[in-house]
Write a protein that binds this ligand. Structure first.
Ligand code: PGA
Length: 343
């Protein structure tokens, strides 16, 4: 039997030839390279070496009888054929994921997988909720992706995870179910020896002269801070930008300035860690996380169960926030006592 192209097929030997010579792994690789824009990042994501990835793509390209990528400077781009194959790959991989969901639903909650994508502020509670969930359902494998708001929304658009925790998307999209979840207050944080640390009801204008440490573009916290300053008619004096809440805390302790962070990220420091909350008018900015998922795509039994589990966990999260806020308030009163002239 030969596999010569009889003229009706776009690649040598037609679909039958493709079924026998291409592998699902090769399609998965192509999908990852186009999505991530790099052979190296695709190799990392799939735990393969770069030569293996290049070799598999070369084989796929030979099977299809057409180049799939071209190099543009230091980056790689799909050819028109590569883009077509990418579209088909996404459909095939999404069908397989749906199949996995259906098959694991048949097994109930004994087995299954949950992929959760959360904004950085939620990383301070998500592992704990996942821990309690896995204790109850030990057969379930979980993965947690943590990144900023912009990238979480990209993951949502790319159907990368089952469920997401983020602020409400600004662009109201009727295809996305958006369930209000726990509160996420944003507070002004300074080093404990900051002169304003013992003050109450500080006007926001008092922040105009402070060096501000801001999160990176794409961060939800950054957007909220910039908006807050804009509404007050102030221009923040940005001393530096940092892509991590933890690094910002260290920068504050290091004397580089003040910042605005989620109270969730300060829970440990509320028990005494060199940081204080400034009682600024208009703060905390009261935000709320939401649990997001696509309406048109049925949630797996595991994801549905996790959703209910997380919602039931909310009072515990809210209680912790109240405790953290109370501890910081107590610190302020203590500082007031220490710094008042009569003390
Ligand atoms: P982020 O978190 O700053 O990491 O994007 C956003 C949020 O809490 O909404």
């Amino acid at each position: 039997m030969t596999h010569a192209n009889d003229g009706r097929n776009a690649f040598p030997g037609g679909a039958d030839y493709l079924i026998r010579h291409a592998t699902l792994r090769q399609l998965q690789l192509l999908e990852a390279i186009v999505r991530l824009g790099s052979f190296t990042r695709a190799a990392e994501e799939l735990f393969l070496t770069q030569p293996t990835v290049s070799m598999q793509i070369k084989k796929l390209s030979e099977t299809l009888g057409t180049p799939l990528f071209r190099h543009v400077g230091r980056t790689v781009e799909p050819t028109d054929a590569g883009r077509e194959v990418y579209g088909a790959c996404r459909e095939i991989l999404s069908t397989l994921t749906d199949l996995e969901v259906k098959l694991s639903d048949l097994k109930g909650l004994k087995r299954g997988r949950l992929r959760l994508g959360v904004v950085t502020t939620a990383k301070y509670v998500a592992p704990e909720i996942l821990g309690a969930f896995c204790k109850k359902y030990p057969g379930i494998e979980v993965s947690l992706g943590v990144t900023n708001r912009e990238h979480i929304l990209e993951r949502l658009m790319g159907h990368d995870d089952d469920l997401y925790v983020a602020g409400q998307p600004r662009e109201v999209n009727e295809q996305i179910e958006c369930i209000p979840f726990a509160p996420n207050p944003l507070v002004v944080v300074a080093r404990i020896d900051h002169p304003l640390a013992c003050e109450r009801d500080i006007p926001i204008e008092a922040l105009a002269g402070e060096s501000l440490i801001l999160r990176e573009p794409g961060s939800g916290i950054r957007d909220a801070v910039v908006k807050c300053f804009e509404q007050a008619g102030l221009t923040p004096r940005v001393r530096m930008q940092l892509g991590s809440n933890e690094a910002i805390k260290h920068a504050i302790v290091g004397g580089l300035g003040i910042s605005v962070l989620s109270l969730h990220s300060l829970r440990l420091e509320s028990a005494g860690g060199g940081l204080a909350l400034l009682d600024v008018q208009g703060f905390p900015i009261m935000r709320r996380w939401h649990l997001l998922h696509w309406r048109g795509r049925e949630l797996s039994l595991v994801a549905r169960t996790f959703l209910d589990f997380a919602i039931a966990y909310e009072p515990e999260i809210a209680e912790r926030l109240r405790n953290a806020q109370a501890a910081f308030d107590q610190t302020r009163e203590m500082l007031r006592g220490q710094r008042s002239p009569s003390a």
